[in-house]
Ligand binder design. Structure first.
Ligand SMILES: Cc1ncc(C[n+]2csc(CCOP(=O)(O)OP(=O)(O)O)c2C)c(N)n1
Length: 636
């Protein structure tokens, strides 16, 4: 790592002669592969932009010039080149640097990212802000062709073309999102675009010429000449030029010298410019080049073989299988993903029912409204989206689905703490923001059998339904052989003494089994504790809750969701309105702050969201004096 060791910031990089930059790229790749093979992370995307990262930092002066990496998952080389080389080994670990760009982490991270398609709007805002404040610096957004399928990116381009301010957008085109990129637009960027479109145009004109009256010799010659000279018009740049951008490219994104030369030229241009760069996802690591989708986001792996240790059976996998068996029985079921086929467990569905499967690109808003449209025709759409990304489609859920009471099922994967991807990806809020929508059903399974029953029920109830489940391995549980329809809005008593308990714990989803384990421990200590699995965050089983808390000394509600507006708050509201609050009450859940990245189990432990934390919370609660009047002891 001879060269790399001399680089503690972009200033050091600029001292390296251009001819040595390919060697530096090799060193950076080795460092990224080495660290990500241990920590896991977004390997293929980051390997693809090593030369581009070097060239951008060679030509521009970060942090005066602002670099905004869309999603930020590809910014590993950028991090290594901007003073984080030594901390790079801590990436995605508890207390370590983030796997995305983060303003708090470095002045070179001009904008915090994690969700796709934000870079153009953010860059335009920064460019305009600098102008208003009389500040210095070029602003450069780097966006992948996958992220350009998001509507927000086009809102940004549209606005930038209108404002005509200095802005450089680098389109990193590797023809891949996580899987091969989808959508009509991706053809515009494709290498085949020019020839295919031009040939189609030529065929159309030929047909037209055949139908012209005879004797039009001179006119036909003119048209032929016009066709030949119009070939130059058929470039991917047409689209961007139409949006008032100057288009430069396409250029080879692995040729550092060419990149530097082009970027130096682009730096001198005024107004919005789009630089189209071709790269290869996974470049430089044979297994990632061969299977860029698997190495998009990879767990720890063996560098020599590219293999990762087999994980356990996940909720995602269980969901995918349940959906396939539902779809076998009901031809009206279709599945929709927003560029996350594998992540949401839909690969098998796609194989089995290609005609009933839709990958709409990174377009969550569209996914929801598309589902709403389908649902008006008797189709039964299941939209499988990560909890954090459904935030993008919130207005569509309210306005297009719920207001019309359409039967759309939302399978919210990665609900709760996701772990190493951190705060941009935690599914912290879905119970809170879904709970306030009238008429919806919200369910959270504790195990695989529950998940199958809940999916089955959601497909049966009609109206908008959410099933939320974590990024986790399913606990050992007997999956029911054939799923049943659960009575809507009914919880279940899952643990307790005969007769009245001292303490009631009402848990939902992932917190049910740790709550039962905690109650067992408490029982051994002589505290009789009952546990209720709420199953539904909406509608709440109010009668069961009232019955459970009658006569108890304390009540604890536990959820893997923000406390603010979440499940425990729903219980609190119900009990307060009914005048039935027990003498001691407390909610456990995600506190009112953004939770950093780290191993999922460690993060949950740090928040008391495990067996030990729940048992301890009950012990502390019981030590507290009785609340007077409506004051709630221990509520936080
Ligand atoms: C709103 C949103 N939806 C989904 C994702 C998940 N995601 C992360 S990267 C990615 C693909 C990005 O493709 P591209 O922009 O082409 O970058 P590449 O990884 O190919 O370099 C997706 C779908 C996300 N980060 N944000």
């Amino acid at each position: 790592m001879a060269l790399l060791e001399t680089i503690d910031g972009p200033g050091d990089l600029k001292k390296v002669p251009i001819e040595q930059l390919p060697a530096l790229a090799g060193e950076i790749r080795r460092e990224i592969i080495e660290v990500i093979s241990k920590n896991g992370g977004h390997l293929a995307s980051s390997l693809g932009v090593v030369e581009l990262s070097i060239a951008l930092h060679y030509v521009f002066d970060s942090p005066t010039d602002r670099l905004i990496w869309d999603v930020g998952h590809q910014a590993y080389a950028h991090k290594i080149l901007t003073g984080r080389r030594e901390r790079f080994a801590t990436i995605r670990q508890t207390g370590g640097i983030s796997g995305f760009t983060s303003r708090g982490e470095s002045p070179h991270d001009a904008f915090g990212t994690g969700h796709a398609s934000t870079s153009v709007s953010a860059a335009l805002g920064i460019a305009e802000g600098l102008r208003l404040a009389g500040g210095q610096g070029k602003v450069i957004a780097v966006i992948g062709d996958g992220s350009l399928t998001g509507g927000l990116a086009f809102e940004g381009l549209n606005s930038a073309g209108h404002l005509e301010k200095d802005l450089i957008v680098v389109l990193n085109d590797n023809e891949m999102s996580i899987n091969p990129n989808v959508g009509a637009l991706s053809a515009w960027f494709s290498r085949k675009f020019a020839t295919e479109s031009f040939n189609r145009f030529r065929r159309q004109v030929k047909d037209w010429l055949k139908n012209l009256p005879r004797g039009g010799g001179e006119a036909i010659m003119m048209i032929r000449r016009a066709i030949d000279s119009s070939k130059a018009l058929f470039t991917p740049g047409m689209l961007f030029e139409g949006l008032n951008f100057q288009y430069v490219g396409p250029i080879d994104g692995h040729n550092t010298g060419e990149l530097i030369e082009v970027l130096r030229g682009v730096r001198e241009l005024d107004g919005p410019v789009l630089v189209h760069v071709h790269t290869q996802k996974g470049k430089g690591y044979v297994f990632a080049e061969e299977d860029p989708a698997r190495f998009h986001g990879v767990n720890a792996f063996d560098v020599a073989t590219g293999k990762s240790a087999a994980g356990g059976r996940t909720f995602t996998k269980a969901f995918g299988e349940s959906l396939v068996s539902e779809a076998e029985r009901r031809p009206e079921i279709v599945a929709i993903t927003a560029a996350m086929t594998e992540g949401t467990g839909l690969s098998e569905f796609q194989k089995r029912f290609p005609e009933r499967f839709y990958d709409v690109g990174i377009a969550e808003e569209h996914a929801v409204t598309f589902a709403a449209g389908l649902a008006t025709t008797g189709v039964m759409p299941v939209v499988a989206i990560y909890s954090t990304f459904i935030q993008r489609g919130y207005d569509q859920i309210i306005h297009d689905v719920a207001l019309q009471n359409l039967p759309v099922v939302f399978a919210l994967d990665r609900a709760g703490i996701v772990g190493t991807d951190g705060p941009t990806h935690h599914g912290a809020f879905d119970l809170s923001f879904c709970r306030l929508i009238p008429g919806v059903t919200i369910m959270a399974p504790a195990d695989e059998g529950d998940l199958a029953n809940m999916l089955h029920s959601a497909l049966h109830y009609g109206g908008p339904c959410f099933v939320r489940y974590p990024r986790a391995v399913v606990p050992d549980a007997e999956a029911g052989s054939s799923p049943v329809v659960l009575p809507r809005g009914r919880g279940a008593a899952v643990f307790g003494p005969n007769g009245r308990a001292d303490v009631a714990v009402i848990a939902v989803g992932t917190m049910v089994l740790p709550a039962v384990a905690a109650a067992r421990t408490l029982c051994r200590e002589g505290v009789s504790a009952a546990v209720v699995d709420a199953r539904f965050a909406k509608p709440l089983d109010e009668e069961m809750i009232l019955d459970t808390v009658t006569g108890v000394r304390a009540l604890l509600c536990v959820e893997e969701n923000a406390l603010a507006g979440g499940f425990g708050t729903a219980v609190l509201e119900t009990l307060a309105l009914r005048g039935a609050l027990p003498p001691r009450f407390r909610r456990l859940g995600l506190p009112d702050r953004f939770i950093p990245h780290g191993d999922r189990a460690e993060v949950l432990r740090s928040l008391d969201l495990d067996e030990t934390g729940i048992a301890e919370a009950v012990r502390r609660l019981l030590e507290e004096p009785k609340a007077a009047g409506l004051k709630i002891i221990g509520a936080r």
